[in-house]
Design a protein around this ligand. Structure first.
Ligand code: SAM
Length: 446
């Protein structure tokens, strides 16, 4: 379908816009590239031989789109299916913080979790990530994706941006991947194209402005705000940043690594990705540094942290690095150095996840939670066994499996060495410990 004239006229003055090639890649059939980002621990050596995304070392283009639902490695959290352009926020994080990782990062508009899983990988267990999503059912999807990603230094919240006001100067970095008019996704999503209008751009621009205003107080002095959209409209991008800079004590921060990539357009106040000029979809990225002095609000009450001990210590690779935390969510594993920051989060936000759920003690037995099965902090010593693809998919459909090796008790099922979940081995079968909501609903044809 040809792009609407009003849309093309609207973009005619956008920085770096090239009408002929842009229109050409939107003509059917020009499939959008398929890309994945591998988990730094679970996804090593996957997709070898395929082309790399130039701006993210774990980003890979696939030559065709497989059925990800039928790949057990996807369910194990070995990779995340993510549009390539949006992987560029890793370059902003690198430019701002180098190798420093003891940071508190907020991903404010986080569902379904593309940027959050990227940030979690980048932190690789250090610091703290708060991944927030305002829409409740989207926040559940976000939680599931972060459970699968397996890090304990992750909190998931379900709040409106203005509810972060009480966490004054709390974060070192905030990512605002703002809801937008979505023109950058036109090639992938015809629906977005049909809903596009100048009014929608204006509406989104006002909403983005409000979101930025709401969250700004929770960034510390010298902290970094990374702003992105998948829109080409200047009102949502450069003009948004310009008016923000006029009203706040902040500065634009260039990202040298992106300037070096051929095809990425450096505009007055950001970086633009056009699908006819790079291998990815439309995207805009800008980074700002806060210059206003801001004191973190003193958070008086403290939670007492408990060391990992007894039976529990047998399940965790490096128990000394963690504490256990008891909250309305149950008993969770949480990184010891971040423990002091948990209290204000639990107090001021609606928290859906706070570290990794450990499980329950039943008499002398410990029944591990599914989150612990997928955790990168689980020890390799837990008893378990390897399954082939067919058995893995039956497990992921929540079927019981035959007990072929005369195993007993709690067992970790692994596919190609990656954990899928727990089973309880009885003499005649292995009962399936996968949570019902995680099961594959698709019919298998074998
Ligand atoms: N960062 C996500 C990722 O990489 O997977 C994509 C985020 S999407 C571009 C924008 C998100 O903002 C959506 O999940 C949407 O529900 C959320 N959103 C919508 N209205 C919002 C608002 N008023 N304040 C904050 N977030 C909002």
């Amino acid at each position: 379908m040809p792009l609407p004239d009003q849309f093309l006229a609207h973009l005619s003055h956008a920085p770096g816009f090239q009408l002929a090639s842009f229109a050409a890649v939107h003509e059917v059939p020009t499939p959008a590239p398929v890309s994945v980002r591998c988990h730094p621990r679970k996804g090593k050596h996957l997709f070898e031989g395929q082309a790399a995304v130039p701006w993210h070392e774990s980003g890979i283009y696939l030559s065709e789109r497989p059925d990800f639902t039928l790949d057990p490695l996807f369910h194990a959290g070995a990779y995340y299916v993510q549009e390539a352009s949006s992987m560029s926020i890793v370059q902003a994080l690198n430019a701002a913080f180098g190798t420093e990782r003891e940071l508190r990062v907020l991903d404010l508009c986080a569902a379904p979790g593309g940027k959050s899983t990227l940030i979690a990988s980048w932190l690789d267990g250090d610091g703290l990530l708060v991944a927030n999503e305002v829409i409740r059912n989207r926040a559940s999807v976000l939680k599931e994706n972060l459970d699968r990603w397996g890090y304990a230094n992750v909190v998931v919240s379900n709040n409106d941006p203005r509810q972060f006001a009480k966490l004054e100067a709390f974060f070192d970095a905030i990512v605002v991947d703002a809801p937008c008019s979505g023109s950058g996704m036109f090639r992938k999503d015809l629906d977005t194209q049909q809903h596009w209008s100048l009014e929608a751009v204006e509406h989104c621009s006002l909403r983005q402005k409000r979101i930025l205003e709401d969250v700004w107080p929770s960034l510390r002095e010298d902290g970094i705000l990374i702003y992105s959209t998948c829109s080409y409209s200047e009102a949502e991008n450069e003009a948004q940043i310009q008016s923000f800079l006029e009203a706040h004590d902040a500065e634009f921060v260039p990202i040298q690594e992106l300037e070096a990539v051929s095809g990425i357009v450096r505009s007055s106040l950001g970086y633009r990705f056009y699908p006819d000029q790079i291998r990815g979809e439309g995207f805009f990225l800008a980074m700002l540094r806060k210059k206003t002095p801001a004191e973190p609000r003193e958070q008086k009450s403290k939670l007492s942290s408990k060391a990992i001990s007894g039976l529990l210590a047998d399940w965790i690779a490096q128990p000394n690095e963690f504490s256990t935390l008891e909250s309305h969510l149950g008993l969770t594993l949480f990184p010891q150095p971040q423990f002091g920051h948990v209290r204000p989060l639990l107090k001021h936000l609606h928290i859906l996840k706070c570290g990794t759920l450990l499980g329950e003690q039943k008499g002398t037995r410990f029944l591990p939670d599914h989150e612990l099965a997928l955790s990168v902090h689980l020890t390799d010593e837990v008893p378990g066994f390897e399954v082939g693809k067919e058995e893995a998919l039956h497990y992921l459909k929540k079927e019981s499996l035959p007990n072929r090796h005369s195993l007993s008790g709690t067992q970790l099922l692994r596919y190609q060495g990656r954990a899928l979940g727990w089973g309880n081995a009885l003499p005649n079968r292995i009962n399936n410990g996968l949570p019902k909501s995680w099961r594959i609903r698709k019919e298998l044809d074998f």
